[in-house]
Design a binder for this molecule. Structure first.
Ligand SMILES: [Zn+2]
Length: 151
């Protein structure tokens, strides 16, 4: 399961709406918890510019190696790991495409948010099967996150 802090979940939605009608993308930072590290807590994002160009961004996203490196460094600075990839599906359901499957890596949680007519809707998460043949849905929940100090 992946548990996204509310602020991170809200940022995925706002980035997805801002990028519409193109796909937004980025990386999820957090920690692995629970037995076998199977509870993933996503607490912050690294927002990435979609490296695809022009109209290709409507149906594809790409994260460049320099952005992965930047995210790894940022995560290390915060004592976190890069645990997932998020992107949006403009006017498409929040299910992985064949393109997503062929470009996915093991380990990462793949968070997808659907954006219908510019408004973010369903959000789902997926994990690549060990043989890379398919995605399995991963339960996703929103965590209120750490309590903020009262002002
Ligand atoms: Zn996709």
């Amino acid at each position: 399961m992946i548990s996204l802090f509310r602020d991170a979940e809200a940022l995925v939605r706002s980035e997805a709406e801002a990028a519409y009608p193109y796909e937004c993308c980025g990386l999820v930072m957090g920690v692995l918890d629970g037995q076998d590290g199977d509870l993933r807590k996503g607490s912050a994002l690294v927002v990435v510019a979609n490296a695809r160009e022009g109209d290709a961004r409507r149906r594809r996203f790409s994260i460049g190696p320099e952005d992965f490196l930047r995210a790894e460094r940022e995560a290390a600075r915060l004592g976190l790991d890069v645990i997932g990839v998020y992107h949006s599906h403009p006017d498409h359901p929040a299910v992985p495409s064949e393109y997503d499957l062929s470009h996915a890596l093991p380990f990462y949680s793949y968070v997808i948010v659907s954006v219908e007519g510019g408004r973010a809707g369903d959000m789902t998460s997926w994990r690549l099967a060990p043989d890379r043949s398919s995605f399995a849905p991963e339960p996703l929940e929103v965590d209120p996150g750490p309590a903020r100090p009262e002002s």
